[in-house]
Design a protein around this ligand. Structure first.
Ligand SMILES: N[C@@H](CCC[C@H](N)C(=O)O)C(=O)O
Length: 280
């Protein structure tokens, strides 16, 4: 079956968006992986399937990593979908239902989109971790890294605050840490260098996707970690390989992410007949 898709990105963290609202769509792991292959498929860090809302939101979104695994949330993809829905509805803000809970996207002007990612979660079983440990100082023994800060912003993150992010071998350390037994569902790994009280350089290894140019939820996790440790205020610019995101952790305990989104191109793709329709 042929389906149209849109290729979008937020600071180079790139996505294929398939619209399953009218004609429902379900892809198996092998198909997601094939579409994600940058040589023989379309290529993406994450794939998004839009579905009809079930809980009063404007749309429901399902996110898949490049490795084919479904995940609860994706900050940058939510900003991209937010842009689509804001344009489609003409409203000032829209609610996206995700596996990590509802997130609200709003137009921040100058082609920027803000996402309210909700409340960060710190309990060991909410991140989740394999056992009850101090989540603000995770016992991970890899290289000479300091203890990491564990947090969920709808998906699991471990943030290492390091003196010089440029010196970190992100591929080597990230690939090991993603699979550490402390993370029963694996984890996204951030290496953050505090530049000032409102500026942080961050490099990321994403669960199921590897090194990406930006990770929205990772930027949120980073700000929560640096602010919790008193190294920054509760609003900072997070400098990623692909550009800057502004993250704010509000007094109401909500994490807001603001940054640009773009459509790279759109097209059609032939999906296998096994891409069976899911009951809407
Ligand atoms: N690119 C993302 C996060 C995508 C999901 C993540 N790799 C996971 O497995 O949780 C973002 O912008 O948040």
């Amino acid at each position: 079956m042929e389906r149209s898709f849109r290729k979008m990105h937020g600071l180079g963290n790139d996505f294929v968006v398939l619209d399953g609202r009218r004609e429902a769509l379900s892809l198996d792991t092998a198909t997601v992986r094939a579409l994600g292959d940058r040589r023989t498929g379309i290529g993406f860090d994450q794939l998004v399937i839009l579905e009809r809302p079930r809980d009063g939101g404007h749309v429901r979104a399902r996110f898949y990593n490049q490795d084919g695994g479904e995940v609860a949330t994706c900050g940058n993809a939510s900003r991209c979908i937010g842009r689509l829905l804001l344009d489609e509805t003409g409203e000032r803000s829209v609610t996206i239902e995700t596996g990590g809970g509802p997130v609200v996207a709003s137009d921040a002007g100058e082609a920027l989109v803000t996402i309210d990612m909700g409340r960060p979660r710190f309990a060991w079983n909410e991140i989740p971790l394999a056992r009850d440990v101090d989540t603000r100082s995770l016992p991970l023994q890899v290289g000479n890294l300091p203890p990491a800060f564990g947090v969920s912003v709808g998906n699991p993150h471990a943030v290492f605050i390091v003196p010089d992010a440029a010196q970190i071998d992100v591929a080597h350390l990230g690939s090991q840490l993603e699979h550490d037994p402390l993370f029963p569902e694996r984890a996204n790994i951030e290496f953050a260098q505090v530049l000032s009280s409102d500026r942080v350089r961050m490099r990321v290894w994403e669960r199921g996707a590897g090194i990406t140019r930006a990770c929205g939820s990772g930027a949120c996790a980073t700000l929560v970690a640096t602010a919790s440790r008193g190294l920054t205020g509760r609003r900072a610019t997070i400098e990623l390989d692909g550009g800057d995101l502004i993250i704010e952790w509000t007094k109401q305990d909500r994490v807001l992410m603001t940054g640009p989104v773009a459509t790279a191109f759109s097209g059609t793709v032939q999906l296998p007949d096994t891409a069976a329709a899911r009951a809407a």
